[in-house]
Design a protein around this ligand. Structure first.
Ligand code: ADP
Ligand code: NI
Length: 207
């Protein structure tokens, strides 16, 4: 494989075909957005573009949700990158990133390199904003969970998930650039929740 760009393009094609038909917020569209955002963050923050792009593309390739609860992204990434003749140190770095960026692992994860921090921020940003709202709705549809409920206390809901997890992400951002984007996206979600609740209770129609 001649250039790094060719490797990245090749990996994108492989990931696209592997994730085909995988809905519920985890299709190739999610990967493309994380890839784009990671590139935006890299321009502001720095870090090795090649590692960042590969890790962004491969970060959900073996997501535990689709493999009986077992996270296999590192294993699959290594296989793919070895086939393309990528250098061992790059393969190890990408494997380390995809193995350690998930929210679930945040207590036990190993410290992330700047490249890992960028990919983690990009992944978390995709859970926020207008896209984040849509992904939450998609999750609810797939897992038969209501988006909102009056008795929210004893029900898992989409809006409940905003408070349980998504509104915590801004403070967990690694980079200042990521935090700035998270702030804008979170504010949009708060405005959405306020409007949603007004419509739900009918107060927006009252004069
Ligand atoms: P990723 O692995 O890309 O970080 P997740 O697998 O954690 O994302 O979640 C995929 C999408 O589904 C995200 O947008 C997330 O907010 C949403 N989601 C995850 N868990 C829930 C839940 N319990 N209720 C509603 N939405 C959820
Ligand atoms: Ni992801």
């Amino acid at each position: 494989m001649s250039s790094q760009q060719a490797v990245v393009d090749h990996v994108a094609t492989i990931v696209c075909s592997r994730l085909e038909g995988q809905g519920a917020g985890h299709g190739f569209d999610h990967i493309q957005r994380v890839w784009n955002t990671a590139r935006v963050l890299q321009k502001k923050v720095g870090g090795d573009s090649f590692v960042i792009e590969l890790a962004a593309l491969l970060h959900d390739i073996g997501d535990a949700k689709f493999h009986d609860g077992e996270e296999r992204s590192k294993e699959f990434s290594t296989e793919i990158l070895q086939t393309l003749g990528v250098a061992v140190d790059v393969i190890q770095h990408v494997g380390m990133i995809v193995d350690n960026i998930s929210f679930r692992k945040r207590q036990s994860a190993e410290p992330l390199s700047i490249e890992g921090q960028i990919v983690q921020d990009a992944d978390r940003l995709d859970a926020l904003g207008a896209i984040g709202i849509v992904r939450t709705i998609e999750f609810g549809v797939a897992f038969n969970q209501p988006f909102y409920s009056d008795d929210a206390e004893d029900k898992k809901t989409g809006i409940g998930h905003f408070y349980e997890k998504l509104f915590k992400l801004r403070d967990l951002m690694n980079t200042d650039a990521g935090r700035e984007l998270a702030k804008v996206r979170e504010e949009f979600m708060h405005a959405f929740v306020a409007q949603f609740k007004e419509e739900w209770t009918g107060t927006s129609e009252k004069q």
